[in-house]
Design a protein. Structure first.
Length: 189
């Protein structure tokens, strides 16, 4: 089933570097009755797995701001999946911001605009940290039909080389914190 322009709660797009080049991919998040487990699928390894844990910890620490009791996470399993079996392994930190936004979207049951993509590593304090390959990721976002890309403020110099379609068809927002990303993406209550 294809997502409409309204999107689906719990889904946010990321752009990432792979051995085959930059790609745009959905990050899917489900909240399930359970016992507080984090379930990761989609062949996530290394830093990508760490990013999912950081995203979950940040969401839990901010749960009250969304009207959610943090204790609910003790009765809830969180499943994060990045489809795309054709990409052998997904291992960098840059999907962290998209994981966090997808998780918040699932928590508040509000869809993210499917034309918006996210890239950035997260810190436990909610900072969005710089990542590699911004110009390649911007081109991948445009090729995938994205109209907005949220990137770390620390990558502002990486946007200077954008020309052509990447510069014309993509609005880039620089974010320093996850709170700024939530505001721009419409996830802030």
């Amino acid at each position: 089933m294809a997502a409409s322009l309204n999107g689906i709660p719990g889904v946010a797009k990321t752009v990432a570097l792979t051995s085959a080049g930059a790609i745009a991919a959905p990050v899917e998040c489900l909240l399930l009755s359970g016992h507080g487990k984090l379930i990761l699928t989609g062949n996530l390894v290394g830093e990508a797995r760490d990013s999912a844990q950081v995203a979950l910890s940040l969401a839990r620490s901010r749960a009250r701001t969304f009207g959610i009791d943090p204790a609910d996470f003790l009765r809830t399993d969180v499943h994060i999946h990045i489809p795309g079996g054709g990409v052998a392994r997904k291992g960098g930190p840059s999907a962290g911001l998209a994981m966090f936004v997808a998780l918040v979207s699932a928590m508040i049951r509000k869809p993210v605009d499917p034309r918006m993509a996210f890239t950035g590593e997260l810190s436990l304090t909610g900072e969005v940290l710089a990542v590699d390959g911004i110009s390649k990721k911007a081109r991948a976002a445009v090729a995938a039909g994205m109209t907005h890309l949220l990137i770390p403020h620390g990558n502002s110099l990486g946007t200077r080389g954008l020309t052509g379609k990447s510069a014309e068809n993509l609005k880039i927002a620089l974010v320093k914190t996850v709170d700024e990303a939530l505001e721009i993406s419409g996830m802030k209550k």
